[in-house]
Ligand binder design. Structure first.
Ligand code: ATP
Ligand code: MG
Length: 792
């Protein structure tokens, strides 16, 4: 073979080079974060191509996300110095299996044009089967069955292979329904997500000729993030590699974070048994992070038992210590991080100016994103949410807001269309068309149209009954929002006589309202409960459901900063208006799970509180096992950072309008002191308390929750450690409400201009919100940062 230059090998250390050059036989690269596993894997692909061992379409290369696959293709292209004309088999397990299954669909009773069901279709199908089996779907929800079937498919169990130990699941009918479901899918020429792998494993097991064909075709197999493969994926790989055994897997047992989805870290440990003579490469030099960051991550992960145990080192000595800071509450945390990001952009904090693209906020739970999004929108900091929609674009948030919109303005027909059959009320397309037709016929809103359609018996039966309930609910919630009607005769004095108010006498036909009996937060909860919307997600057994419920709680929390529902809805429509997809630098916000494999110079890790991180569920349900997975997640988080890593927690979080004090995460205790800088929380004095006051917290409440937080063992430990530098006891003075008007650039009576509403005069100022009497648009509450003084 003609010697060709191989500059890509020069960038590798000896251990990486070994993993790249040892092309034949099984190779397992087992190494900690940032040691260049993915880099070595990419170089290996290049090496296979450059040495002529394989053509691009003979390499099977599995990554964890489509994003990672795209990135790897780009990197291979760059190393090769040319565009590769396609690596059709570089992708995720699912994307590769779809292609294979289309070729061999007939072997499992499907046609090659089979459809892939989404979750909704899947649930609908299961419901039909459950009803047909005479099972009460309310007690045994379809979503629960869907979760169970998914769990079995992840373990590569076809219905006949589900072990008897599991047969008791779903009221002893699970496996029977699973079998019926698979039959029905075949009749529909369809499969679900889990089938993609399961069918391929079945095909390979039952048709050795097909398997052999692919064993020959895929001359080399490479797998990234191997620690997160589930049993079905593992079997699939083992079958494919069974001939030549040219398989190279890279992974890190300390980064296994998908156990809840059926991933088995044990697969790594089995590798050497399944592939005797496997060559194991260990990498220990970390090229990503500074010494302090690495030591902090190492300190945390050391708490896990049963690790393979790897020590990492780095040449990047010195640098900034990991920063730790406690805040008053979650809003204050978001405010502080926003300020820090702006400071880092300008080049302070000991490192040169950073681009927004180089900074990331990694959260444990997606509901944490809301506070950051709100804050960044307010201060005009560009951000992107990776791996999911922005908070106010999420399905459950839009649904809930549609209910609120309808209560505030019953003529909002779009909102009505959105929620009329969410949750399911037995109102199909036909019923919905009838409502539309009735509304048109009478020239009324859809709500009115619906009411008439029910009254006149146009929509009958169960659907009709539920529709009536919805209309009554909407009317009732609106009344509750407006407050009780006050009649002239209601105004009586102590002696029981009617009081005539001379200054504002009642006129005939006038309706006056007294103060509402519940706050708008309480009302929001009532609406979501009574409409059945919260219940819909409570009964939902998919893995996403708990997160959606958390987001709904977070939505109610966001309401507290506003005087009423209307003010809140306006705020959201304003910030949605200001959204832009324009290119340019952006801070990334994502979950820790979505951050796997990525790296950023600057990383913020907020919300390190027991119950949030580690999550309450992990602590309750699976004991030590759950806690260890959370700890790995902490390790993944810290090791994403290259230069600066900041961990934070809040002393108080609001849950459904209640202050709850939180303890700093137990993982904080595990951070090695000498690598951590405890910062002074500015929020503890002035700003933070001002914020709390602004959000309507009473002094009494705040003192009560302070007492809890500052007496908590976690806080005391932290205080002892920080040597009184940062975490001091709050002073009495903190309970002085700051005059927020003084800090505002505006004053009442001032004439201002707003992009959307035009000119107006400020009537009142509350924190960063202004109540403005607009000359054309009437009185509105707007965010101060969208308003200019008239002469600006
Ligand atoms: P993770 O476990 O987080 O997925 P990883 O082991 O896959 O990490 P990579 O992402 O491949 O690590 O590499 C981490 C960083 O170190 C990258 O920026 C990469 O370019 C750099 N790097 C890797 N190997 C070397 C090397 N030999 N010399 C210089 N830089 C390297
Ligand atoms: Mg990697």
């Amino acid at each position: 073979m003609a010697a060709r230059p191989m500059p890509y090998l020069d960038d590798l250390n000896p251990a990486q080079r070994e993993a790249v050059e040892r092309l034949d036989g099984p190779v397992l690269m087992l190494a900690g974060a940032g040691t260049g596993k993915t880099k070595a894997l990419t170089s290996r692909i290049v090496h296979l191509l450059m040495t002529g061992r394989a053509r691009p379409n003979e390499i099977l290369s599995v990554t964890f996300t489509n994003k990672a696959a795209r990135e790897m293709k780009t990197r291979v292209g760059r190393l090769l110095g040319q565009q590769i004309e396609g690596m059709p088999w570089l992708g995720t397990f699912h994307s590769i299996c779809v292609k294979l299954l289309r070729r061999h669909a007939e072997l499992v009773g499907l046609k090659s044009n089979f459809t892939i069901l989404d979750t909704d279709d899947q649930i609908r199908l299961l419901k039909q089967l459950i009803n047909a089996a005479g099972i009460d779907e309310k007690r045994w929800p379809a979503r629960q069955l869907a979760g169970l079937i998914d769990h079995w498919k992840n373990r590569a169990w076809v219905p006949s292979k589900v072990p008897s130990a599991e047969a008791g699941a779903y009221n002893h009918r699970g496996t029977e329904l699973y079998a019926q479901y698979q039959t029905r899918l075949r009749e529909l020429n369809a499969c679900d997500f889990g089938d993609l792998l399961l069918h391929m494993v079945t095909i390979f097991q039952e048709h050795p000729d097909v398997l052999e064909q692919y064993q020959r075709w895929f001359r080399y197999i490479l797998v990234d993030e191997y620690q997160d493969t589930n049993v079905a994926q593992y079997l699939w790989l083992r079958l494919l590699a069974g001939g030549h055994k040219n398989i190279c897997c890279v992974g890190d047992d300390d980064q296994s974070i998908y156990g809840w989805r059926g991933a088995e870290v044990g697969n790594i440990l089995r590798f050497e048994k399944d592939f005797p003579g496997a060559h194991v490469v260990r990498l220990e030099q970390n090229y990503r992070s500074t010494e302090h960051i690495l030591a902090a991550a190492g300190g945390v992960i050391r708490g896990n038992e049963g690790r393979l145990g790897k020590e990492l080192w780095t040449d990047a000595k010195g640098g900034e210590k990991v920063r730790l800071i406690g805040h008053w509450d979650g809003e204050e945390e978001a405010r502080w991080i926003g300020d820090e990001i702006e400071a880092l952009q300008k080049g302070s904090r000991g490192i040169e100016a950073q681009s927004l693209d180089d900074m990331a906020i990694l959260v444990r739970a997606s509901h944490q994103m809301r506070a950051f999004e709100d804050r960044f929108l307010t201060i005009g900091l560009n951000y992107r949410v990776i791996g999911g929609p922005r908070f106010y674009e999420r399905m459950e948030i839009r649904d809930a807001m549609a209910y609120f919109r309808l209560v505030v303005s019953p003529e909002d027909d779009l909102a009505f269309e959105r929620i009329v059959n969410t949750p399911k009320r037995g109102l199909g397309d036909k019923a919905q068309q009838l409502i539309q037709a009735t509304a048109r016929e009478f020239g009324v809103t859809l709500i009115e149209g619906a009411r008439i359609a029910v009254d006149e018996g146009r929509i009958k039966g169960k659907g009709g009954g539920q529709l009536r309930q919805l209309c009554e609910g909407l009317a009732r919630w609106r009344e509750q929002m407006l407050g009780p009607v006050v009649h002239a005769s209601d105004i009586i004095d102590d002696a029981g006589d009617e009081v005539i108010d001379d200054e504002a006498p009642f006129v005939v036909g006038e309706t006056r309202r007294g103060p509402p009996e519940m706050s708008h937060m309480e009302l929001a909860e009532v609406i979501l409960d009574e409409s059945g919307y919260t219940g819909m997600w409570q009964n939902d057994k998919t893995p996403e459901a708990p997160g959606r419920l958390e987001n709904l709680k977070e939505l109610v929390k966001a309401l507290e900063q506003f005087e009423n529902l209307q003010g809140f809805l306006e705020h959201v429509s304003l910030i949605m208006d200001n959204e832009s997809d324009e290119a340019g630098e952006k801070v990334s916000i994502m979950t820790l799970h979505a951050a796997k494999g990525l790296e950023f110079p600057v990383v913020f890790l907020p919300g390190w509180e027991d119950g949030l991180f580690p999550s309450q569920r992990s602590m309750d349900e699976s004991g030590q096992k759950g806690l260890e997975e959370e700890r790995r997640l902490a390790y993944v988080g810290i090791t994403r950072a290259e230069r600066l890593c900041t961990i934070s927690f809040a002393g108080n979080r609001r849950v459904f309008g209640q202050w709850q004090s939180a303890l700093p995460s137990r993982f904080i205790d595990e951070l090695p002191e000498e690598h951590v800088d405890v910062l002074t929380p500015p929020g503890l004095y002035g700003g933070g308390y001002g914020a709390a006051a602004q959000y309507g917290q009473s002094g009494l409440e705040s003192r009560a929750s302070e007492a809890n937080v500052y007496n908590s063992p976690g806080w005391k430990r932290l205080q002892a450690r920080s040597g009184q530098r940062g975490m001091s006891q709050p002073k009495e003075s903190r309970n002085t409400v700051i005059d927020l008007q003084a800090v505002s650039a505006f004053e009442t009576g001032q004439r201002v201009f707003h992009q959307k509403f035009g000119y107006g005069t400020i009537r009142a100022i509350e924190g960063d919100k202004l109540e403005v009497d607009f000359e054309k648009a009437g009185s509105k509450k707007v965010v101060a940062s969208y308003v200019h003084a008239e002469d600006d």
